[in-house]
Design a protein around this ligand. Structure first.
Ligand code: SF4
Length: 290
């Protein structure tokens, strides 16, 4: 079985009459030689780590490395408890979960780097935000992880998942595309709709630079996870409504790769450009690193 790009993914799904998540499970078994139950259990264990991290930042006092961020997840949760969230309940919960996971990461806690530590909040934020509203069973969330994995695999093969190589579009953009596709399949959308959602999600974040203040995965990373989460939900909603990406998924991924290559090194995780070199970015760096 060969999955080189989105086109392969869709033709295999059509040929085998399977959703992406089932195809991905088959692919993993094929690649690893493991039994489906073992592969599924491994994915489930990732979901359990995510589950812990989405609540940890909301319920525990964390000691964060750079101390630039911290406590934002709780603030958002408090607001959604005391006021009607302007972005609706599902979105509000999803983004507070995303923030929570990024705070756990900044506190050197346990997260799932899916696809990277910097973008670790998007997928769990979306999956657990959706789970609360739609009372999803655990197996639906695990299936969502397989869908997300397939999209991540295609991006990794044709572009990059790393901020150092492709800018933040490669991290938050990819995470958002993975999450958007997962939402579509969880909500019974087709494989084609899942890739449209993924394409829309990447397009919205194309060109996003990587410019972490003081070289820490805190600012702007944490709030970009919120944007990636919101973007995933809106992209999925559009795709589920039958809205298509005018540019096909594989072409969007190629464009992301080319944009990443065109970014100067100062905007690719070196902390030598963008927000990292603003007066405040420099001051924070001095305060943290001396
Ligand atoms: S700004 Fe850079 S380090 Fe931060 S999440 Fe984006 S890619 Fe990762």
């Amino acid at each position: 079985m060969q999955i080189r790009n989105g086109e392969d993914l869709i033709s295999l799904c059509r040929e085998k009459k399977l959703p992406i998540h089932q195809l991905m499970l088959e692919y993993e078994c094929f690649k690893s030689g493991k039994e489906p139950a073992a592969v599924y259990e491994e994915m489930r264990s990732h979901l359990l780590v995510m589950k812990k991290s989405v609540y940890q930042g909301l319920n525990e006092k964390l000691t964060l490395k750079g101390k630039i961020i911290g406590g934002e997840a709780k603030k958002l949760q408090r607001r959604s408890q005391n006021a009607k969230p302007v972005c609706g309940y599902t979105m509000s919960r999803a983004i507070s979960f995303a923030l929570s996971v990024t705070e756990v990461n900044a506190a050197m806690g346990r997260i799932v780097a899916a696809p990277t530590a910097g973008s670790c909040g998007v997928l769990p934020g979306v999956l657990f935000g959706l789970a609360e509203t739609f009372e999803l069973q655990e197996d639906r969330q695990v299936e969502g992880l397989f869908t997300a994995g397939a999209v991540g695999l295609v991006i990794a093969k044709n572009a990059s998942l790393s901020g150092a190589a492709g800018g933040c579009q490669a991290e938050i953009g990819s995470a958002s595309a993975m999450a958007a596709a997962a939402v579509v399949e969880i909500m019974n959308g087709s494989p084609e709709q899942a890739l449209h959602a993924g394409a829309i999600a990447i397009k919205n974040l194309l060109g996003l630079v990587c410019d972490p203040v003081a070289g820490l995965v805190e600012v702007p990373c944490s709030k970009r996870n919120v944007v990636g989460t919101a973007n995933a939900l809106t992209a999925a909603e559009m795709a589920l409504a039958g809205i298509e990406s005018a540019i096909p998924f594989d072409e969007v991924v190629t464009a992301m790769y080319q944009v990443g290559c065109a970014l100067p090194p100062t905007l690719r995780e070196t902390s030598e450009g963008g927000l990292a070199v603003t007066p405040t970015g420099r001051r924070l760096k001095k305060e943290i690193l001396g």
